[in-house]
Design a protein around this ligand. Structure first.
Ligand code: HEC
Ligand code: HEC
Length: 262
């Protein structure tokens, strides 16, 4: 449903690209700029006010889940971790991380799912479920204002390379890569739409266009569908590698979670 509307928008974007013929290529300074800087004043003020920011419903729900007994043993996050404000401070800013046990990357969502499945022996909430978004938003809020700064260990280099490859790969019927929109056409304007640099420092976001919140992987999926490509699965190794690359590409940006986007 949504995808069809998106496709039409993208086709007109492409026509605009042709008309601009490269006139709006980004300035050569490499300082990353948050999507916030590309937003209208109204959307910014929604994000800036914790009482108006619709993402704060997630945080409230997350607070409740943090205390909720789960699994046979009735364990709670709080029971092991104490106050989320202390134990989770700065955690989201350094994800995704390398998990020694599995030899794979874990982003925050996968880590939370494994806490629930492995430590609490309960059914983990699905990707982009209200429960998982809420816990992710609550934990991410504890890094708000801190710099996104994944620690790239040597074992992570192949994943970083894989993520960059996905970012640069042209794909879909429109044969476009992430680079073409988010590096070469960042700042280009088309009716109310401004293409940002495609950073991930505000997630989970409340997206006005969706009338609901979503994860980083949901956004990647939306962008891939916009170029009529088959997206990877949310939570897949490919999307986590892409996420690692984007975290590194946007290193130094301040965490804005829970963000608001158009
Ligand atoms: C046809 C152009 C286009 C392509 C190609 C594209 N995107 Fe996007 N993307 C958009 C638009 C439009 C938005 C919404 C406005 C904005 O924030 O840029 C967006 C938003 C985003 C955001 C949210 C930014 C924020 O501040 O919240 C991320 C992250 C993102 N894209 C990642 C990607 C990735 C990864 C790829 C490649 C798989 C990709 N995009 C490919 C057009 C594109
Ligand atoms: C039985 C105790 C226990 C419970 C219950 C538990 N955790 Fe944990 N959790 C831990 C321990 C211990 C670690 C540290 C493991 C490590 O360092 O490898 C951890 C690590 C984490 C991390 C990674 C922190 C980091 O610095 O990377 C997150 C995020 C997390 N837990 C979230 C949660 C959430 C959310 C819940 C509830 C849904 C939860 N945990 C429930 C014991 C628990």
């Amino acid at each position: 449903m949504i995808v069809r509307g998106v496709g039409a928008g993208v086709v007109s974007l492409l026509i605009l690209f042709a008309a601009l013929s490269g006139s709006a290529i980004l300035a050569a300074d490499n300082e990353p700029r948050s999507g916030y800087e590309f937003m209208e004043a109204e959307t910014r003020s929604l994000q800036d006010d914790d009482f108006l920011n619709p993402g704060f419903f997630l945080v409230e729900e997350g607070q409740e889940l943090w205390q909720r007994p789960m699994g046979e043993a009735g364990l709670t996050c709080a029971g092991c971790h104490g106050a989320v404000e202390d134990s989770m401070q700065g955690v989201a800013a350094r994800y995704p991380v390398f998990d020694d046990a599995s030899g794979q990357l874990l982003n925050l969502e996968l880590r939370i799912q494994s806490e629930i499945a492995d430590r609490m022996q309960a059914e983990p909430p699905a990707y982009d479920s209200p429960e998982l978004l809420s816990l992710t938003a609550l934990i991410s809020l504890q890094s708000r204002g801190m710099e996104m700064q994944p620690e790239i260990r040597p074992e992570m280099l192949p994943f970083l390379e894989q993520g960059e490859g996905i970012y640069r790969q042209r794909r879909g019927q429109l044969n476009l890569s992430c680079v073409q929109c988010h590096d070469e056409h960042a700042g280009d304007r088309l009716r109310g739409d401004v293409i940002s640099e495609g950073h991930i420092n505000a997630f989970p976001i409340y997206r006005l266009m969706w009338s609901e919140p979503g994860s980083r992987h949901r956004m990647f999926e939306w962008c891939m569908e916009a170029v009529r490509a088959e997206p990877f699965e949310r939570g897949s190794a490919e999307f986590v590698a892409l996420e690692l690359y984007l975290a590194s590409r946007g290193s130094g940006l301040k965490i804005e979670a829970p963000g608001v986007r158009r």
